[in-house]
Write a new protein. Structure first.
Length: 476
């Protein structure tokens, strides 16, 4: 059981299939999850209602069978097998069918050898503390995987319900909008293009057929190289913009009419400025541009910063009564006219609606017209700096000590140091950020300044220090 310990993360369960993630683990997580729900509700197993769905990875069906067998072994009274579906459809099933929770088999954007599990309860994904409690109950009641798994025949078709609800909410808002949709051979292709056509859009599809080998490109719109085909197709076909999904379709990527990718903070600003008059509080995370926070606040809104991670965003939204939140990675959470979970397909509907509204007022409108505040600063792409997981905490502490002991090391006066998630060093007109990835052996870095040279200087200083500290720890 010890080999499974580190698969339990802050936001979900994730690791390499057959090493960290196995059928035996999923069979036993079912027990931990059911017993955890019992502790929250005092329900009997027969009263518990759970849905299960999976992403397009080649090993997801075997893990789903083991998970459902674990639920059956615990006498769960109502199990809905949703089959291959986007993660947001799993979330939606809990709301639409009044379930206790959903179990979603996915490793999101990770390489194809990875898999994992997201769990919900009471319309919220489990947070770090709750995942730890499920882990303890999983190991406490460990059983060997049966030699032969039982077949489970009850399947639930939910896509029509979801699409019908979206059509009821949005009507034909997409008329006059031309959009390219890249589903990356993951899960979004079975829903997004169909829905957007129903909303009246002219839709060009890329890689809609699910294939766990991801033959065309990796399903991660945060990596700019994965957007090349989308950008090229948008420009060549004079589309209004392009939409990309990650592996389980809870994160959206967007490219503008010129094929330029929009970072998550730019997307969030577009969404925020569309609703800020009615709903001023917007939650985002430490990786986002200072432009996002300043523009929202200057417009009379209330921009709130929190840790990176969808669980942290949702908790902070609940705490502050925000109805919009988002991350740099493209997770976007709407409680305005929706249920509050991250759904890239729904986020695409909202972007279509915004573009259509502006095009109606001005036929020459371009999506990039909404991003003028970002033209006043230079912001780096997200930098992913490799570091072994076991060294990340120690290296980060060394970085913090270095900055505390040498506050002039970046060549700019430090205005503030924010340590709620890693370290965000704030300068006049910019910042330098280092934080530990929750899911991969890397640090994520980002830099912003008033000139490109200054931005590059911040980046070079940070990466040089990191390289030095990682090498010193490795050689010990």
């Amino acid at each position: 059981m010890q080999k499974y310990e580190h698969a339990f993360g802050k936001n979900d369960i994730r690791g390499i299939y057959k090493e960290d993630i196995t059928e035996e683990l999923f069979y036993n997580i079912a027990t931990g999850y059911v017993n955890w729900i019992i502790k929250q509700t005092d329900k009997t197993p027969k009263d518990i209602k759970i849905s299960v769905c999976m992403d397009a990875r080649l090993h997801s069906p075997a893990l789903k069978d083991a998970l459902i067998n674990g639920l059956m072994a615990n006498n769960v009274g109502h199990i809905e097998d949703l089959g291959l579906k986007p993660t947001p459809i799993g979330y939606y099933s809990e709301v639409a069918h009044k379930l206790d929770g959903a179990m979603i088999i996915t490793a999101s954007h990770n390489p194809k050898e990875y898999n994992g599990l997201k769990m919900t309860f009471n319309r919220q994904t489990l947070n770090e503390k709750q995942i730890k409690e499920v882990k303890e109950l999983t190991f406490e009641n460990w059983k060997n995987l049966p030699e032969k798994l039982a077949k489970y025949d009850y399947s639930t078709e939910i896509l029509k319900e979801y699409i019908d609800e979206m059509k009821k909410n949005f009507g034909t808002i997409g008329k006059g909008v031309k959009v390219v949709v890249d589903s990356a051979n993951a899960t979004g292709g079975i829903v997004g293009p169909i829905l957007y056509k129903d909303l009246g859009c002219e839709v060009m599809e890329l890689f809609s057929e699910p294939d766990g080998n991801f033959p065309n490109h990796h399903p991660n719109p945060s990596v700019l190289s994965t957007l090349k085909t989308l950008s090229k197709t948008v420009v060549e076909n004079n589309a209004d913009f392009g939409i990309a999904y990650d592996g389980d379709s809870d994160r959206i990527g967007v490219v503008d009419s010129k094929g330029n990718p929009l970072t998550g903070d730019k997307l969030l600003l577009i969404y925020a400025m569309d609703i800020i008059d009615q709903h001023p509080t917007v939650v985002s995370e430490v990786k986002c541009s200072q432009v996002l926070y300043d523009t929202i606040n200057e417009a009379g809104g209330n921009a709130v910063m929190c840790k990176t991670g969808h669980g942290y965003i949702k908790d902070k939204m609940k705490e502050t009564n925000a109805i919009l939140g988002g991350e740099m990675s493209g997770h976007t959470f709407f409680k305005d006219r929706y249920y509050g979970f991250d759904d890239a397909i729904y986020a695409g509907c909202r972007m279509i609606e915004i573009v259509a509204k502006h095009k109606k007022a001005n036929p020459n409108f371009k999506l990039e017209d909404l991003l003028e505040p970002f033209t006043k600063v230079f912001t780096s792409d997200e930098v992913r700096f490799p570091c072994p997981n076991e060294l990340k905490k120690e290296v980060l502490e060394a970085m913090k000590n270095e900055v505390q002991n040498h506050p002039d090391i970046f060549g700019s006066e430090i205005k503030d140091i924010i340590t709620l998630d890693g370290m965000r060093i704030v300068f006049k007109g910019g910042f330098a950020l280092i934080r530990q990835s929750n899911t991969e052996p890397v640090f994520t870095l980002r830099f912003e300044a008033q000139t490109k040279d200054e931005c590059d200087r911040l980046k070079n200083t940070m990466t040089t220090l990191l390289d030095k500290f990682i090498k010193s720890k490795t050689l010990v």
